[in-house]
Design a protein around this ligand. Structure first.
Ligand code: COA
Length: 161
C-alpha cells in the first residue's frame, strides 16, 4: 500500500529548511502532499496562490510531491483523502511543546492519524519564514536560506509594497 504523508504549514514563504525536510520525508514516504494553509487569522506576505506556486516551483525537480491548498481543518482533508500520516519538522526544543499539542489534538480529532517528526538539519535550525522576511525587508541577503524562486519573488513583492 502506498504510504502518503501530508506536510501542512503556512509556507510564507517556503524556505530551504522546508525543502530539506520534504527530501528527508521522501525517504520514509512514497508520496508527500504539501498542504498550504489558508491562515485567514495570520496576515501573510504572499497570497495563498503565490505560496502554493512558490512551493511547486521550489520542489520542481522532486517526484512524488504535490502542493495543494488547505482551506479548513487538517483532519478533514486527511479523512477525505484517506491519508493517515502528518509530517512535521522539529528544529529546537521550543518547537516541541507546540508540535506535541498539535499532534495530540489532531489525534483527538482523528484517531487514525499519526504525526511523524523529522529533526531539522543543523544548517537550517535557525531558519524561519519570519526571519527570512525580516532580513529581506531590511535589505539583507536571503539567498542562502531560500530556493531561488523565493529570493526573486520576495524582492518583487517588497518593491511593490
Ligand atoms: N525549516 C524551516 N522553518 C520551519 C521548519 C523547517 N523545517 N518548520 C517550521 N518552520 C517555521 C516556519 O517557517 C514558520 O515560521 P514563522 O513562524 O516564522 O512564519 C514556523 O516555523 C511555523 O511553521 P508552520 O509549519 O508554518 O507552522 P504553522 O504553525 O504556521 O502552521 C498549521 C500550523 C498550518 C500546520 C496548523 O495551523 C494547521 O494544521 N492548520 C489547519 C487548521 C487545523 O487543522 N487546525 C487545527 C490543528 S492544530
Amino acid at each position: 500500500m502506498e504510504k502518503i504523508a501530508a506536510y501542512p504549514g503556512t509556507f510564507d514563504p517556503i524556505t530551504n529548511g522546508h525543502v530539506e525536510l520534504i527530501k528527508s520525508g521522501l525517504l520514509l514516504f512514497d508520496r508527500i502532499v504539501v498542504l498550504v494553509a489558508e491562515r485567514k487569522e495570520k496576515s501573510t506576505l504572499f497570497t495563498l496562490k503565490e505560496r502554493i506556486d512558490l512551493v511547486k516551483e521550489s520542489l520542481k525537480g522532486l517526484g512524488n510531491v504535490t502542493a495543494e491548498p488547505l482551506p479548513g481543518l487538517l483532519v478533514d482533508y486527511l479523512a477525505k483523502n484517506g491519508i493517515h500520516f502528518i509530517l512535521r519538522g522539529l528544529r529546537t526544543v521550543s518547537d516541541f511543546d507546540y508540535e506535541l499539542q498539535m499532534a495530540l489534538i489532531n489525534r483527538e480529532l482523528m484517531q487514525s492519524c499519526e504525526t511523524v517528526f523529522i529533526m531539522a538539519n543543523k544548517g537550517s535550525i535557525f531558519i524561519s519564514s519570519s526571519l527570512v522576511k525580516e532580513i529581506a525587508t531590511n535589505g539583507g541577503d536571503i539567498e542562502p536560506f531560500v530556493p531561488h524562486c523565493v529570493n526573486s519573488q520576495i524582492k518583487i513583492k517588497l518593491r511593490r509594497k
